[in-house]
Design a binder for this molecule. Structure first.
Ligand code: ZN
Length: 246
């Protein structure tokens, strides 16, 4: 299709880099996807159903509308079946510019037990002080109505678990999404290990408020984005040409 890769080059490179980095560190494997709202709000960028998460190229990304239709993309490329996770959350949440859906082992495990909810225990998990709701339907979110149901479960929160399936993380930008996704699974891992040691004491609301009041989110995102991009280049996971000036 003519003009499939026109425009949004920096945003495309961010999504491809974020996907490869999440693959490098095991957050995304053979499935899972990262999307970003187009700056003019006319749609979203997302990878195709079956392009490899380990080798995603900026020009592979599809432009889709909020009904899940592919507007532009290479011939024959289909959107992921679960594009409605992304489109319906973006439709419901104007503050969200990037969405990640993936299936990390530890965080997902917390949807399988009755008496151990995933709560913020590590300082950066103060991001989720508003709660981490659990969506009850473990099936694929492959329609507008199922996407709306998930967006309802998410509400105003910054992440949700999908029972026996995976997670959805939302952020203001693609670098912020990477950082939040790292901290989300990190918090789940810490809770998992702490629970084996003894009675867990989660972060209190006061502790989370105090943490956030001294936390410089933009600077933290910039630091981690730089670290992960640098590591990905060194490990041959992304081309050095993708590195922006940081
Ligand atoms: Zn899924």
């Amino acid at each position: 299709m003519k003009g499939h890769n026109a425009g949004h080059q920096a945003l495309r490179a961010e999504i491809a880099a974020c996907t490869r980095i999440m693959n490098m560190d095991g957050l995304i494997d053979y499935s899972g996807h990262v999307s970003a709202r187009l700056p003019d709000g006319s749609g979203l960028l997302i990878q195709s159903f079956d392009d490899s998460r380990a080798a995603l190229e900026p020009e592979d990304l599809l432009v889709c509308d909020f009904d899940g239709n592919v507007l532009t993309g290479k011939e024959g490329k289909k959107s992921p079946r679960e594009i409605y996770i992304h489109s319906e959350i973006m439709r419901a949440r104007p503050d969200v510019n990037a969405v990640g859906h993936f299936h990390p082992e530890t965080a997902t495990m917390f949807t399988l037990v009755e008496d151990r909810p995933l709560i913020p225990v590590k300082n950066h998990a103060a991001r989720w002080s508003g709660g981490i709701p659990v969506h009850p339907d473990p099936g694929h979110i492959n329609s507008v109505s199922l996407g709306k149901e998930l967006a309802d479960t998410l509400g105003a929160c910054h992440a949700a678990l999908i029972r026996a399936h995976g997670v959805v993380v939302t952020a203001e930008s693609v670098p912020a999404l990477l950082v939040d996704s790292v901290h989300f699974e990190e918090n789940a891992n810490t809770l998992f290990h702490a629970a084996a040691l003894g009675t867990v004491r989660g972060l209190s609301n006061d502790e989370m408020t105090a943490f956030m009041s001294r936390f410089n989110r933009p600077a933290h995102i910039k630091k981690l984005w730089k670290y992960y991009l640098g590591r990905a280049v060194n490990e041959g996971k992304i081309p050095a040409a993708w590195l922006p000036d940081l």
